[in-house]
Design a protein around this ligand. Sequence first.
Ligand SMILES: [Zn+2]
Length: 173
Amino acid sequence: MPDIRPRSNSSALVLNATYEPLGVVSVRRATILVLSAKAVCLADGDGIFHSERHTLPVPLVVRLTRFVRVPYRPYVGLSRRPIFARDGGRCAYCRAAAETIDHVLPRSRGGQHQWDNVVAACARCNHTKGDKTPAELGWRLHVSPAAPKGIAWRVLGHRAPDPRWAEWLDLAA
Ligand SMILES: [Zn+2]
């Protein structure tokens, strides 16, 4: 196997031949795509790839040389990791590190398990809140829960994007 030692960032963004973002792969995988001419490097990452025949910067963004058709995933599954990612890993009530998922309108009172009714919460707030609503406790939500949308979610899922990918991801989409 080639010797690939990325310095810091260990992921590369993969774009389709049309420049549409497709996903994130390891730097190792991206380097192999480039060396096998399945992709071209659009932006260099940190670190240098060395082999007997090649010395090149590890890729940060690569673009496939041939178009691939991918099934469209419009819906982000409602599970702990994407909820934590959406809410920045912070408790929606006190901004402490989140450890649990809270239903804003408690399930015991008809609250649904849906994106607009779930937030990341610390264990203490979740326990204190119990079967009450934020209004009953005089609590304020620091996030407005909503289903995530946009290309970044489809591509990244729960991963935090490398800021240097921004121009390729169109994070405002
Ligand atoms: Zn809290």
